[in-house]
Design a protein around this ligand. Structure first.
Ligand SMILES: Cc1ncc(COP(=O)(O)O)c(C=O)c1O
Length: 418
């Protein structure tokens, strides 16, 4: 694979910041977009723009065809058994809120129990906490072990309480841990519960086959997998979508409305109230084309090489000075590289490396319970993607050398400053 040619598809990477060539290492927050995705969105607005499922005129029919074509493409991306299992939403956050709201109208109407984990993003914690406040829902958190892997014995203990739903991230956005979804699904189903998977950090990096995984519901955002912002997917088994009540009400999702009654359309329309993000769905389908064409094995190999280099340079360049988190590189670890520089706040780390042109994330990473569990207030995080290279990892570590030099000076001056 010619990764330099892949990089050349991303126009933004040609720009400079602070007079230095940009090294973008914050793809876990959002990925950059290749030309074919940008082109697909522009092309839609230039040639096809009309509302979908409404007009009896050619333009609207063409827009509808393109939108439904994007759904079929995403069903193939996920190996879903039918396009009607793919609901377009704004992103992972909206998808989880849709599931929570829908369940609160039916099986979690008077409480119930949900199991989540300490490694979840806030988007897979707060919706359940809202239901805890509204409906008295019990919310249990599965712990992690010292390597940052899910504690499966703790999951068994939580399953013994017969929860209604278990919800777990496929890949941690901080630790990079890849959770064993297939075996979790077996345990969860044996306990008579439903399994919801947050695949926001998985779909950019690995083939996600919903039938092989065995989950009941799975959600993700498009913008982390080269797609536009404001589009994502809620996938669920069709039999489940048939029984779940809608979360949002409005146009597009109804069969008929009278003053005294309303009837909903079949899924996925039942869950897509209002005008959807048509251009976003078309751009997302173009992103799926781009990733599938690269090939998932090549992507994994490239990303593992960058992760391995980061871990090695952390050990060699900063022994005892840089703490890293998550399992070692391997099949259950994605290339998300969270770290702490001893004695330096994560925000200082990020702004010093930014001055060298390197963009990384710092802070809590929308994972407050995980920060509590790790007993840290904030971490730095580098998250490379297909357009990065080992040279970019080297640029990060050269910049981290600058961080350590600056703060070594501070430490020496500190006693003088009193
Ligand atoms: C694991 C995980 N889940 C959910 C989300 C939320 O995604 P969005 O903000 O696109 O809805 C993120 C975003 O960082 C994430 O990393």
């Amino acid at each position: 694979m010619d990764w330099a040619r892949v990089r050349a598809d991303f126009p933004i990477l040609e720009r400079t910041v602070h007079g230095k060539p940009l090294v973008y290492l914050d793809s876990a927050a959002t990925s950059q977009k290749p030309r074919p995705v940008v082109r697909a969105v522009c092309d839609y607005y230039e040639r096809l723009n009309a509302n979908v499922h409404r007009g009896a005129y050619q333009l609207s029919e063409e827009a509808t065809e393109a939108y439904e074509g994007a759904r079929t493409r995403m069903a193939r991306f996920l190996h879903a058994s039918d396009p009607s299992e793919v609901v377009f939403v704004r992103g992972a956050t909206e998808a989880i809120n849709v599931v929570a709201t829908s369940l609160s109208r039916e099986r979690l109407k008077s409480g119930g129990r949900v199991v989540t984990t300490v490694m979840e993003h806030h988007s897979n914690i707060v919706p359940w906490q809202l239901l805890r406040a509204d409906r008295g829902l019990a919310v249990d958190f599965v712990d992690i072990d010292e390597d940052g892997r899910l504690d499966l014995a703790d999951l068994d203990r939580k399953l013994a309480r017969r929860p209604d739903l278990v919800t777990v991230t496929y890949v941690s956005n901080v630790l990079g841990t890849v959770n064993p979804i297939r075996s979790i699904a077996e345990k969860v189903h044996a306990a008579g519960s439903l399994l919801l998977v947050d695949a926001a950090q998985a779909v950019p990096h690995r083939r996600v086959d919903v039938q092989a995984l065995g989950a009941d519901l799975l959600v993700f955002s498009g913008h982390k997998m080269l797609g536009p912002t404001g589009i994502g997917v809620l996938w669920a088994r069709r039999s489940l979508l048939d029984t779940l009540p809608p979360a949002l009400g409005g146009g597009e999702m109804i069969r008929e409305v009278h003053q005294d009654r309303v009837a909903f359309r079949d899924p996925p329309a039942k869950f897509e109230a209002g005008t959807p993000n048509i251009a976003g769905a078309i751009g997302l389908a173009a992103a799926a084309d781009y990733l599938d064409a690269l090939g998932w094995e090549a992507i994994a190999e490239h990303e593992q090489r960058m992760l391995t280099r980061a871990v090695r340079r952390a050990q060699e360049d900063f022994p005892g000075r840089l703490t890293t988190y998550g399992p070692p590189p391997g099949s259950d670890r994605e290339a998300v590289f969270a770290f702490a520089v001893d004695g330096v706040h994560a925000h200082d780390v990020a702004s010093i490396v930014d001055a060298q042109g390197v963009a990384i994330r710092s802070g809590q990473h929308c994972a407050g319970p995980l920060m509590d569990r790790l007993k840290v207030s904030a971490l730095s995080r580098a998250s490379p993607y297909i357009y990065n290279s080992e040279a970019d990892i080297d640029r990060l570590f050269d910049a981290l050398g600058e961080v350590v030099r600056i703060f070594a000076g501070h430490e020496r001056r500190a006693p003088v400053a009193g």
